[in-house]
Design a protein around this ligand. Structure first.
Ligand code: ATP
Ligand code: MG
Length: 139
C-alpha cells in the first residue's frame, strides 16, 4: 500500500531568494497538508548524514557545501500517494528536464541548486521525517 506521508526540504537557493512562501503555497494548493514545519540550518555532519546515500558520488562534497550554505525549510506533508504525487509536483532533478508548472521548473536554477527535496520512497519519507522532527513537533 502506498503511504500518505512524504518529507520535503526547501533548499538554501530557494530560501535565499525569499521563495519559501510561494513554494509552500504551491504545495498546499496541490492538496498536501503540512503536518510539521521548521526553518533550520544543517551542520556539515547533519548534511552528510541526510545525504549519506550519495557519499560516493563525485558531487557529494559540493552538495554538502550547498545544503549547509543557508537555512532550509523542512516539512512533513500528508496526501494520498504522497511520495509519488510530491515528486510529480517538484519535477525532475535537473530543472532543464522538469515539466512545465513544476516547482523545479519554476524556481530551480541548476541540477544542484534545484530549490527543493522530496523523499523517493515511503521508507525514506519515514527516515527523513525522523531525522528532522520529534513526535512533539508533528500534528
Ligand atoms: P532530492 O533527493 O534532493 O529530492 P533527487 O531525488 O531529485 O533530489 P538525487 O539523485 O537524490 O535527486 O540527488 C540529491 C541531490 O543532489 C539533488 O537534488 C541535487 O541537489 C544534487 N545532485 C544530484 N545529481 C547531481 C549532479 N550530477 N551534480 C550536482 N548535484 C547533483
Ligand atoms: Mg533524492
Amino acid at each position: 500500500m502506498k503511504g500518505k506521508i512524504t518529507f520535503t526540504m526547501i533548499k538554501p537557493d530557494a530560501t535565499g531568494k525569499n521563495l519559501t512562501g510561494k513554494i509552500l503555497s504551491k504545495i498546499t494548493e496541490a492538496g498536501f497538508t503540512i503536518r510539521a514545519l521548521k526553518m533550520t540550518r544543517l551542520s556539515k555532519e547533519q548534511a552528510e548524514g541526510f545525504y549519506a546515500v550519495h557519499k560516493d558520488k563525485p558531487f557529494f562534497a559540493d552538495l554538502v557545501k550547498f545544503i549547509t550554505s543557508g537555512p532550509v525549510v523542512a516539512a512533513i506533508l500528508e496526501k494520498e500517494n504522497a511520495v509519488e504525487s510530491f515528486r510529480e509536483l517538484i519535477g525532475a532533478t535537473n530543472p532543464a528536464n522538469a515539466a512545465e508548472g513544476t516547482i523545479r521548473k519554476l524556481y530551480a536554477s541548476s541540477v544542484q541548486e534545484n530549490a527543493i527535496h522530496g523523499s523517493d520512497s515511503d521508507e525514506n519519507a519515514q527516515i527523513e521525517s525522523n531525522y528532522f522532527f520529534s513526535q512533539l513537533e508533528r500534528f
